[in-house]
Design a protein around this ligand. Structure first.
Ligand code: CP
Length: 314
């Protein structure tokens, strides 16, 4: 039974806990297909979404998930708030909690911010992305999408290509995929691959064609120019020449191989428009799954029990 009070990363979860979230998300996907896609399981709970960094998918997805579960929702953006007057994260959170909030969903530019908050407040904290550290719900929605398309992930081969060094999505995917038995290869220019990444249980391949030759799925990451303190690669054109997934590179993958991207995409930098909109991509499925995964996380972290979920979904 799921007993975590917070969701900070996937490193801290067992394979059984990850599977429990994915199974619960499957039930919520069915709710989302109903004419009235709303259930009363979080009625009387209040959730604050604290976003200190830009977001489109994660922010809207969490808000929709909360409303589909009948929670009361308050939204906070750093811009236009007292953060701009110098208020600390701890004080901002304490003031919001003084208004009787049960759960906090937070995106923050600093790695470790979610854990810092979880250690200091009484509410449950769900990490919606912290710096370069973790983005657990993104990895969970990726796992759900992979499981729907490929079935059991044991022994499946997943290649993650791009700026691994700056990517919380890569780290979270590696933790989740390896726990579920998948084989993970990371690929990208040498300056974008951390020296110790293999200690997380993945392989490194610098040649793009070799990295995708036997992949069941390729997860293409965004080049994150905003996180690079110093330019570590000559430019977008050089990156695209070696690592863009275009029609020619797609031919190097097995026919069943699916193409994923967490968004937002830099079209024609890391992925060509033709591939991004082509028949093998599952990118918008990932987004739809994001709502179901976040409903599952909110339900379980708030003390919901998977075994009795069916009664609450009537
Ligand atoms: N994938 C993802 O986290 O997208 P947003 O930054 O738009 O939330």
């Amino acid at each position: 039974m799921f007993q975590q009070k917070h969701l900070l990363d996937l490193e801290s979860l067992s394979a059984e806990e990850i599977t429990e979230i994915l199974d619960t998300a499957d039930s919520f996907r069915q709710v989302l297909e109903r004419p009235i896609p709303k259930v009363p399981v979080l009625r009387a709970k209040t959730i604050a979404n604290l976003f200190f960094e830009p977001s489109t998918r994660t922010r809207i997805s969490f808000e929709l998930a909360e409303k589909r579960l009948s929670a009361d929702v308050v939204n906070f953006s750093a811009s236009g708030s007292s953060v701009q007057k110098g208020e600390t994260l701890r004080d901002t959170a304490d003031n919001i909690l003084a208004m009787k909030v049960d759960m906090i969903v937070m995106r923050h530019p600093d790695s470790g911010a979610a854990r810092y908050l979880a250690q200091r407040v009484s509410a449950s904290v769900i990490n919606a992305g912290d710096g370069m550290h973790a983005h657990p719900t993104q990895a969970l929605l990726d796992l759900l999408t992979l499981r729907q398309r490929l079935g059991d992930l044991q022994g499946r081969k997943v290649t993650i290509v791009g700026d691994i060094a700056h990517s919380r999505v890569a780290r979270s995917n590696i933790w989740g995929l390896t726990k579920l038995g998948a084989e993970v290869t990371v690929c990208g220019p040498a300056p974008m691959i951390p020296a110790d990444i293999e200690t997380l249980g993945c392989q490194v391949e610098f040649d793009f064609g070799s990295a995708i030759g036997d992949a069941d799925a390729v997860n293409v990451l965004r080049i994150q120019l905003e996180r690079q303190k110093h330019q570590i690669f000559p430019g977008n054109r050089e990156y695209a020449r070696a690592f863009r997934l275009d029609r020619e590179m797609l031919r190097r993958t097995p026919e069943h191989c699916i193409i994923m991207h967490p968004g937002p995409m830099n079209r024609d930098v890391e992925i060509s428009t033709e591939v991004a909109d082509g028949p093998r991509q599952v990118i918008l499925d990932q987004v739809t799954n994001g709502v179901a995964v976040r409903m599952a996380v909110l339900y379980l972290v708030s003390g919901g029990v998977r075994e009795t979920l069916g009664e609450n979904l009537e």
